[in-house]
Design a protein around this ligand. Structure first.
Ligand code: PLP
Length: 324
C-alpha cells in the first residue's frame, strides 16, 4: 500500500524524544461561551504538553539556554522555586537530560503536585505555605547564595522564559489564526506567558491587539497566579506591555473552571478558569474578532480539592478564601 506523505500537523508530529514533543498544542474554539456570533473565543490547550502544562515549554527553554551558554553540566543540581508546574516540567526534562533537581515549593500546594515531582525524581524543599510563592522564591535565592554548586534558572528573571512563548506559543497562535488576533488573555504568574505573547503580537500586529492580564485579587490566591499588590514584581515583567489587568476572585476562578467543564467539556486547572472569566468579559466588550486565552494546565492536579464534582450552587455560596 502506498502511503501519502506524512504531514506533521494532522498527526501531531513524529519526534525522537519526549522533550522534542513539547509544543504544537491545539487551539480550540469555545462556542458556547461566546457572547456574540461575531466574537470567537479560542483556548490554546497548553495542558496538552507532555507533563500537562504550559511550563514544559519554559523548562525546556531554561535548560537548553543554560546548556548553550555552558552554565550547566550533566550531574549538576538544578534549583528552582516553583508552585508546581515548572518543577514538574523541569523534573521530566532533567531526568531525560541527566541533571538532578531540587525544587522549593509552598507546603500547602495540592498533594498531586508533590507526587508528580517525586515521580520524576525531584527533591522537594518546602517553604511556609502562608508566604505563598514569594516565600519559595526568597528561600531558593538564599539557598543558591549559600551554595554556588547549584544552578538556578530563576524563571522570574530569565529571558528564556518569555522567549519560549515568543518563539513557540505566540507563533503557533498567529499561524493558526493567520494573524487575526484581536485580544490575548493570560494569567499573571512569572509574567513569561504575557510578556512573550505581548512582544510577538505587538511586533507583528501593532497596537490593535490588546494584551490582558488576569490577576487574582490580593489575598485570594489562585494556584499559579500572583497578585502584584503582594509586593514582588518579577524582573521579566514590563508592565507597559499590558493593555489591561482584570482582577478575579478565587470563587469566580472556580466557577469558571466549572463552566469550562460543564459547558465546553474542557477539564482545566483553576487558573484557566480565572483566565477564561476575563476572556469572556473582554469578548463581551467587542463587536467582532478573535479572543485567545491560555489553558495553562488540566484538572488532574486539582482533583483532590473536590471542585469538579461540587454542585455549582454550593460553589456560589463558598467563602472564596476557603480554597487555596
Ligand atoms: C497553573 C498555572 N497557571 C498560570 C501560570 C502563569 O504563567 P506565567 O508564569 O507564564 O505568568 C502558571 C505559572 O506557574 C501556572 O502554573
Amino acid at each position: 500500500m502506498a502511503y501519502p506523505p506524512l504531514e506533521t500537523r494532522p498527526c501531531g508530529g513524529r519526534y525522537t524524544d519526549i522533550v522534542e514533543a513539547i509544543g504544537n498544542t491545539p487551539l480550540v474554539e469555545l462556542r458556547r461561551l461566546s457572547p456574540k456570533p461575531g466574537v470567537r473565543i479560542w483556548a490554546k490547550l497548553e495542558s496538552r504538553n507532555p507533563t500537562g502544562s504550559v511550563k514544559d515549554r519554559v523548562a525546556k527553554a531554561l535548560i537548553e539556554d543554560a546548556e548553550e551558554k555552558g552554565l550547566i553540566r550533566p550531574g549538576q543540581t538544578i534549583l528552582e522555586p516553583t508552585s508546581g508546574n515548572t518543577g514538574i516540567a523541569l523534573g521530566m526534562i532533567c531526568s531525560r537530560k541527566g541533571y538532578k533537581l531540587k525544587v522549593v515549593m509552598p507546603d500547602n500546594v495540592t498533594p498531586e503536585r508533590t507526587q508528580l515531582l517525586k515521580m520524576y525524581g525531584a527533591e522537594i524543599v518546602y517553604s511556609p505555605g502562608d508566604q505563598g510563592s514569594n516565600g519559595a522564591v526568597a528561600m531558593a535565592l538564599d539557598m543558591a547564595a549559600a551554595d554556588p554548586s547549584y544552578y538556578m534558572p530563576y524563571q522570574y528573571g530569565n529571558e528564556a522564559n518569555p522567549r519560549a512563548h515568543y518563539e513557540g506559543t505566540a507563533r503557533e497562535i498567529l499561524l493558526e489564526l493567520e494573524g487575526r488576533v484581536d485580544a490575548f488573555v493570560a494569567g499573571l504568574g512569572t509574567g513569561g506567558t504575557l510578556m512573550g505573547h505581548a512582544r510577538r503580537f505587538k511586533e507583528e500586529l501593532g497596537d490593535r491587539v490588546k494584551i490582558v492580564a488576569a490577576e487574582p485579587m490580593q489575598g485570594e490566591p489562585v494556584q499559579g497566579l500572583r497578585s502584584l499588590d503582594d509586593g514582588f514584581i518579577p524582573p521579566i515583567i514590563d508592565l507597559s506591555l499590558l493593555d489591561r489587568k482584570i482582577f478575579v476572585t478565587n470563587r469566580d476562578a472556580i466557577l469558571w473552571t466549572r463552566r469550562l467543564l460543564d459547558e465546553e467539556g474542557l477539564f482545566a486547572g483553576v487558573s484557566s478558569g480565572a483566565i477564561a472569566r476575563v476572556a469572556v468579559r473582554i469578548a463581551n466588550e467587542m463587536d467582532e474578532g478573535n479572543v485567545v486565552f491560555i489553558v495553562c494546565d488540566d484538572g488532574w492536579k486539582y482533583l483532590s480539592s473536590g471542585i469538579y464534582t461540587l454542585p455549582v450552587d454550593e460553589i456560589e455560596d463558598l467563602e472564596s478564601t476557603l480554597w487555596w
